[in-house]
Design a protein around this ligand. Structure first.
Ligand code: SF4
Length: 473
């Protein structure tokens, strides 16, 4: 089934869905939208089962906190199984349910608003508006809880609450200057989506993102303001975008990896997934450990397990490490991403994922226990049965809840510079901001950073160049 013809620019928006499967070099590729990255434990088990039954057995995590499964044949029960699991609530709107949310919202004290309920409200109202089925599959919403982790990941329409009961409306990845009551945040986001469609109609043009329209953000903002001023959304105020919320502010918030104390005494555990590839067995393990009943996917292709009891945290970390997952914020796996590469993409000049894994594991022991025999990650602590002893990243019993220092995407700290491996110059999936690009050339790799390039003949040279770029040598 093909859903709609919402052509971007001069050609069809080819974003895959659960129903509109993309024919990749290694078989069918289906993408399942997961608004806010929120999966119930049964849903994660269904995904794991479907990937194992009809796909390659791997669930790929995307930079929009969605999931995709590769290697599907022509006739599968994949979509039906997703629908039964509640992951396909709308046949007409499935590909536009791209909603980021702060993964730790409601878990710790860094946010000013728990945006979890807003995610559900936005998804429900999005699917209830027939006109919004016309959005391109590239259109992206973001609900930031005030900590500034997802507002700057380039959403077309997003909110950033400021703690006063208002939220900045983000358009095309930048502060629009509009301030709306948080109680009207979802209304404002829907108005922005409708305004974008109206702008496309008025110009008789096609575009996938607001940023592709000249003066797109300004014109959409004007339409949003007019729509809200005549509605019941409450007062809309216009403010000059305040520093540091001007356009182009780099993302300085990052991937949660390690234990984060919750005010209720429990712990949210951030788990990095090397190269965003989650095997069905790893997914089943996460489901087993998610005692709170929920798993949150992150835009950094990782996972958060909220609401874990402190007792048993060390054991959980050990099991995750044995399975090849990462809970150590200092792991060299943090910040390493790769495009599909061979064999999934016919354009690829190399098996970039295998090479990225080889380079990461071979340099300063980046392998997890599954690949190197190493023990559980140090952040959870190793000198107390529950993993909360001295040196632990989880707070001591009775201590003030605090977050571990998260990975900072564009931090100058040694070893944390994001590295993106790509099979060709297109560099699909490249993170925003300052990144070391490792691009396959057919004769090896080229490492690009800050306008400088180094050509490497083999994986050893590439590994050394990447390490140097990350400041590890
Ligand atoms: S960057 Fe090139 S090789 Fe990698 S997925 Fe995109 S098109 Fe394919």
């Amino acid at each position: 089934m093909v859903i709609g013809d919402f052509s971007g620019r001069s050609r069809l928006d080819a974003c895959p869905g659960a129903l509109q499967v993309h024919a990749a070099a290694d078989g069918g590729l289906a993408r399942v939208r997961v608004p806010g990255g929120r999966l119930t434990v049964p849903q994660l088990r269904e995904l794991a089962g479907a990937a194992a039954t009809w796909g390659t057995g791997v669930i790929e995590l995307t930079s929009r906190a969605n999931v995709q499964v590769r290697g599907l044949g022509e006739e599968t029960g994949f979509a039906a199984r997703m629908a039964e699991a509640g992951l396909l609530p709308s046949l007409t709107h499935e590909r536009i349910r791209n909603v980021l949310a702060s993964p730790l919202t409601g878990c710790d004290a860094r946010g000013v608003l728990d945006v979890g309920p807003l995610v559900a409200d936005l998804d429900r109202r999005l699917c209830a508006r027939p006109v919004l089925a016309g959005l391109p599959g590239r259109f992206l919403f973001a609900l930031d809880d005030g900590r500034g982790d997802v507002a700057w990941l380039g959403p077309d329409a997003g909110i950033l609450p400021d703690g006063t009961g208002e939220a900045a409306l983000i358009l095309a990845g930048a502060d629009s200057g509009l301030r709306v009551p948080v109680t009207s945040a979802v209304t404002a986001l829907l108005a922005a989506a409708e305004a974008f469609l109206a702008e496309l109609t008025a110009r008789e043009t096609h575009a996938w993102r607001i940023s592709e329209l000249s003066d797109g953000a300004e014109l959409v903002a004007a339409r949003v303001r007019a729509a809200l001023d005549t509605g019941s959304a409450g007062p809309v105020r216009l403010r000059p975008p305040a520093e540091p919320y001007r356009a182009g502010r780099p993302s300085t918030a990052g991937e949660p990896v390690g234990a984060v104390g919750q005010p209720d005494g429990r712990v949210a555990l951030g788990v990095a997934v090397p190269l965003g590839r989650l095997t069905s067995a790893q997914a089943e393990l996460l489901a087993d450990l998610a005692s709170h009943g929920e798993v949150r996917l992150t835009p950094w292709r990782g996972v958060v397990l909220p609401g874990l009891a402190r007792a048993g945290l060390l054991r959980a970390a050990a099991r995750l490490a044995e399975a090849g997952l990462v809970t150590d914020p200092g792991s060299p796996w943090i910040g390493v991403t790769a495009c599909a590469g061979r064999p999934g993409c016919a354009k690829s000049l190399a098996d970039v994922r295998a090479d990225a894994a080889r380079a990461t594991v071979s340099h300063r022991g980046g392998g997890t226990a599954a690949t190197t025999g190493a023990g559980p990650g140090a952040p959870i602590g190793s000198d107390a049965p529950d993993g909360t002893g001295p040196g632990s990243r989880a707070e001591p019993e009775g201590g003030t809840p605090r977050a571990v220092a998260p990975h900072v995407a564009d931090s100058p700290r040694t070893g944390t510079l994001p590295v993106h491996w790509a099979g060709c110059e297109r560099r699909c999936g490249r993170p925003r901001g300052r990144v070391a690009d490792v691009v396959a050339t057919g004769d090896g790799y080229r490492v690009d950073l800050d306008g400088q390039s180094l050509t490497c003949a083999d994986i050893e040279e590439t590994t050394a160049a990447v390490a140097a770029a990350r400041g590890e040598t």
